[in-house]
Design a protein around this ligand. Structure first.
Ligand SMILES: Cc1ncc(COP(=O)(O)O)c(C=O)c1O
Length: 445
C-alpha cells in the first residue's frame, strides 16, 4: 500500500483557488467578452486601476438600491459601495428627485456663483466645524488645494505623510515611499509606520524649518481600514504645531463615520480638513476647509492670494444633490445609527472569524478584511502585516463570496450602503461561516 502525505496548507489553498478561478471564468462569459473588447481601447481594459482584477474584472450592468447586477445576469449585494462614495446606494428617491428638480429648475453649470454653492458650503461648515470651505471635484483635488494653501500660508514646502496613506490618485504612499506618480515627490517625507507616535515625532522634528504641513487620515482607508488612535493623532497634531506647520486631516473617506467626521468625534481640532466621496450624493465631489486665517489665502479680494480654479468646482448638480444627501438623508441621527449597525456587524464578523486566518479591522460602516498566516488581530499599521499576508486566501474568499452573491473588493474592503437590509448582513455572516467551514484545513490558525 502506498501512502501519500496530506497536501500542505499552501498546496491546498492553491488547488482551491485554481478551482474557484475556473468556476469564475465559466460563470462569467459576457464579462470576459467585454474585457476582451475593452483592452482594445483602454490600456488593460481599465480606467481605474483599483477596479482591475485578474483573470478579468466583472462588468456591472446596473445598480438599484443596495444591489448590482453584472453582464451575465448575477445579482450581488453591493459591499463595494463605490469605495465609500456610494453610501446612499444606486437609486435613492431623494437623489432621484433632486437630480430632476435641479435639471428642471436650475440647469447645469451656470458659469457664475450661485446660492447653491453657498448653501452647501454653509452646511458643510456647520457639520464639520470649518470656518471657511471651498469646493473641488474630487478628494485628490481637495488634498492638492489644501496642500497648496498650507504651503502658501506657511511659506514652506515639505509635507509629512504616513506609510500606507492614500490621499488621491497622485498622492499615495504605499510601503513607506511616495508612489511613482505622486506629484512633488521630493517634498514628501514619509513616516514609516502609522500609529507610531514616537517615530512620527522624530520624523516631524527632523524636517526642521521647511515643514508646511502634516497630512494624515484619522483611519487609513485604502491602507486597510486601520483606525488611528486619539493619542497618536493628537500627538501628531501637537508635533506639527511645535514646528509651525499645519495639521491637515484627510476625511475624504472617514467623514461618514460620525456626524462631524472623526475630527470632531475625536476632538482633533485640525487646521484644515479635506472631504469628498459620498458628500457629492453620488456625483464627483471634493471640498476643503478649515481655519479662517489659513483659508484666507484663497480670498480673491486679497492681492497676492492663491487662485483656485476648476470649471466644475461649483457645478449645480453636485452642489444641489450633495446638499440634499447631507441635509435630507445622511442626517446626524442617521449617521450615528448607521455606524452603530456597522460596529455590531463587525463585532459579529470578529466572533465568526476568531481563531482563523481572517481578521477584521475598521470602524463604523467601513470594514477591512485581512488574511494573514497567524490570523493576527492587533493591526496598527500596514507594516504589521508585512511577510504575513495570504493573498491566495484573500483571492479565494473573493471568488467564493461572489458565488454567494456578495460584491466585495478583492483587496478586502467593505463600505456599507445605507439601505443594506439586516437580512443581507446576516446572510453574509452565514456565507463567511460556510467559507470557514468548507476550508477549515487552510483557514484555521
Ligand atoms: C483618504 C482619501 N483621500 C483622498 C482620496 C481621493 O479621492 P478621489 O478618488 O475622489 O480623488 C481617497 C479616495 O479613495 C481617500 O480614501
Amino acid at each position: 500500500m502506498t501512502s501519500t502525505s496530506p497536501p500542505s496548507n499552501h498546496e491546498a489553498s492553491q488547488a482551491a483557488l485554481r478551482a474557484a478561478e475556473a468556476r469564475f471564468i465559466a460563470n462569467n462569459p459576457l464579462s470576459k467578452a467585454q474585457h476582451d473588447l475593452a483592452v482594445g481601447t483602454l490600456p488593460g481594459g481599465n480606467t481605474r486601476t483599483v477596479l482591475h482584477t485578474s483573470p478579468f474584472p466583472l462588468s456591472m450592468k446596473q445598480g438599484r438600491g443596495a444591489y448590482v447586477w453584472d453582464l451575465d445576469g448575477h445579482k450581488y449585494l453591493d459591499f463595494v459601495g463605490e469605495l465609500s462614495a456610494g453610501l446612499l446606494g444606486h437609486s435613492h428617491p431623494v437623489i432621484h428627485k433632486t437630480f430632476l428638480s435641479t435639471f428642471d429648475t436650475v440647469g447645469l453649470s451656470l458659469g457664475a456663483t450661485t446660492v447653491h454653492e453657498h448653501a452647501y458650503a454653509a452646511l458643510l461648515s456647520a457639520r464639520f466645524r470649518l470656518a471657511r470651505v471651498r469646493m473641488a471635484n474630487t478628494g485628490t483635488e481637495a488634498n492638492l488645494h489644501a496642500l497648496a494653501g498650507a504651503r502658501h500660508f506657511t511659506g514652506r514646502r515639505k509635507v509629512v505623510v504616513f506609510s500606507g496613506g492614500y490621499h488621491g490618485a497622485v498622492l499615495s504612499f504605499p510601503d513607506g515611499k511616495a508612489a511613482p506618480n505622486t506629484v512633488d515627490r521630493g517634498d514628501f517625507v514619509v513616516v514609516p509606520r502609522y500609529n507610531d507616535l514616537q517615530l512620527a515625532r522624530e520624523v516631524i522634528e527632523s524636517v526642521e524649518k521647511d515643514l508646511a504641513a502634516v497630512l494624515v487620515e484619522p483611519m487609513q482607508g485604502a491602507g486597510g481600514c486601520i483606525p488611528g488612535t486619539r493619542e497618536f493623532l493628537v500627538g501628531v497634531r501637537d508635533a506639527a504645531h511645535r514646528q509651525g506647520a499645519l495639521f491637515i486631516l484627510d476625511e475624504v473617506m472617514t467623514s461618514r463615520l460620525a456626524p462631524g467626521g472623526l475630527g470632531v468625534e475625536m476632538g482633533l481640532e485640525p487646521d484644515m480638513v479635506t472631504l469628498g466621496k459620498y458628500l457629492g450624493g453620488g456625483l464627483a465631489f471634493g471640498a476643503f476647509g478649515g481655519r479662517d486665517d489659513v483659508m484666507a489665502v484663497y480670498d480673491p479680494r486679497v492681492e497676492g492670494s492663491l487662485a483656485h480654479s476648476g470649471t466644475f468646482n461649483n457645478n449645480t448638480m453636485a452642489m444641489c444633490v450633495g446638499y440634499a444627501a447631507l441635509s435630507e438623508v445622511y442626517k446626524p441621527e442617521v449617521n450615528v445609527a448607521f455606524n452603530e449597525r456597522g460596529n455590531r456587524f463587525r463585532e459579529k464578523l470578529r466572533e465568526v472569524t476568531k481563531g482563523t486566518r481572517l481578521s477584521i479591522t475598521g470602524r463604523g460602516s467601513l470594514l477591512g478584511l485581512h488574511f494573514t498566516e497567524d490570523g493576527m488581530e492587533e493591526i496598527t499599521c500596514g507594516e504589521d502585516l508585512k511577510g504575513k499576508e495570504r493573498r491566495d486566501l484573500r483571492d479565494l474568499f473573493w471568488f467564493e463570496m461572489l458565488e454567494a452573491g456578495f460584491w466585495t473588493t478583492r483587496r478586502g474592503y467593505i463600505a456599507m450602503i445605507l439601505e443594506t437590509p439586516d437580512e443581507e448582513l446576516d446572510a453574509f455572516l452565514a456565507a463567511v461561516k460556510a467559507f470557514l467551514g468548507r476550508h477549515r484545513d487552510i483557514m484555521l490558525v
